[in-house]
Design a protein around this ligand. Structure first.
Ligand SMILES: Nc1ncnc2c1ncn2[C@@H]1O[C@H](COP(=O)(O)OP(=O)(O)OP(=O)(O)O)[C@@H](O)[C@H]1O
Length: 274
């Protein structure tokens, strides 16, 4: 996926994207990071053609995106967006109906639809919810249903807008584990977030956005050890980088920064790592 000099303004509003140039490499877990209002959601909507650039162009697998019904239909099978608010993705009926909606619209045979739905529910660990009305589920359950709906389309890439927003710590950790699993299954994963801790522990490529522009991109360490960039972006350093800095200054930690608490504990146990 590639965006070349993309500008977008909502009707009657200011520019939300101001010349975004960005290429998303396959095989990387990408986090689009930026403060509120930076343009992250607007950018994500361009990844599946929900919004069309006012200027500039979007390319998918080398082809310039066309905003025709046929192109969008094929494109949206390959790239699935999980909205921040799962209700934005729900129609009506049972979880089963909900998840079958996309594959049914592709015109697949009933057996194939059923297989895809059951597989998606199983991957998300929500098989037992299949006959429940989707609207009465908890927020965390709805989130899983929304992801299952996207998975049932069998996409190559999944894009998550603020995946852990409003989830409790346990559900958050479960969702991150799920995204890791999907990545291991060969899916391209892109998330948008303002959570620097999530970006640092999860992503291996970070795109920093501010005020409708890409301020910088790079691997997590490059990004989060650049004090000037952190200051300019309005973001904070992740907790693990702060604590890593402190432990390094005291000579208690050598080598790389821990990505999460588990790594920190094992580095300290092995005498500060190497
Ligand atoms: N539907 C809309 N109509 C008008 N302006 C909008 C609309 N949606 C977003 N904007 C504006 O576009 C800009 C970018 O918003 P966007 O939601 O893309 O940012 P974001 O980085 O995803 O923010 P957040 O983290 O708060 O979700 C903001 O100035 C916002 O006010």
């Amino acid at each position: 996926m590639e965006l070349i000099d993309v500008y977008y303004a909502y009707p009657g509003s200011v520019w939300a994207l101001k010349g975004v140039n960005l290429r998303l490499e396959k095989g990387k877990k990408v986090a689009i990071l930026g403060p509120n209002g930076a343009g992250k959601s607007t950018l994500l909507f361009h990844f599946i053609g929900l919004l069309k650039p006012k200027k500039g162009a979007v390319y998918y697998e080398g082809s310039k995106v066309e905003y025709t019904k046929a192109f969008l239909k094929t494109w949206r099978q390959k790239v699935g967006l999980v909205f921040q608010d799962p209700d934005a993705q729900m129609f009506a009926g049972s979880v089963f109906q909900e998840v079958s909606f996309g594959p049914m619209n592709l015109g697949l045979q009933e057996d194939e639809v059923r297989n895809r739905v059951l597989k998606a529910l199983e991957t998300m660990g929500i098989d037992e919810l299949k006959y429940r009305p989707a609207h009465f589920l908890s927020y965390g359950q709805k989130k899983k249903v929304a992801i299952a709906s996207v998975l049932a389309m069998n996409p190559d890439a999944l894009v998550f807008d603020e995946p852990t927003a409003y989830l409790d710590p346990r559900s958050s950790a479960e969702l991150v584990e799920m995204m890791e699993k999907l990545y291991r299954l060969g899916k391209q994963i892109v998330i948008s977030t303002h959570d620097v801790d999530l970006a640092f522990s999860f992503a291996d490529w970070i795109v920093v956005m501010k005020d409708g522009k890409v301020l910088a991109q790079g691997n997590p360490l490059e990004i989060f050890t650049d004090d000037e960039l952190i200051g300019e972006s309005g973001l904070e350093k992740p907790f693990m980088v702060k604590i890593g800095d402190l432990l390094k200054k005291r000579g208690l930690l050598k080598g790389s920064f821990p990505r999460d608490f588990k790594q920190l504990a094992s580095m300290l146990e092995s005498d500060g790592g190497d």
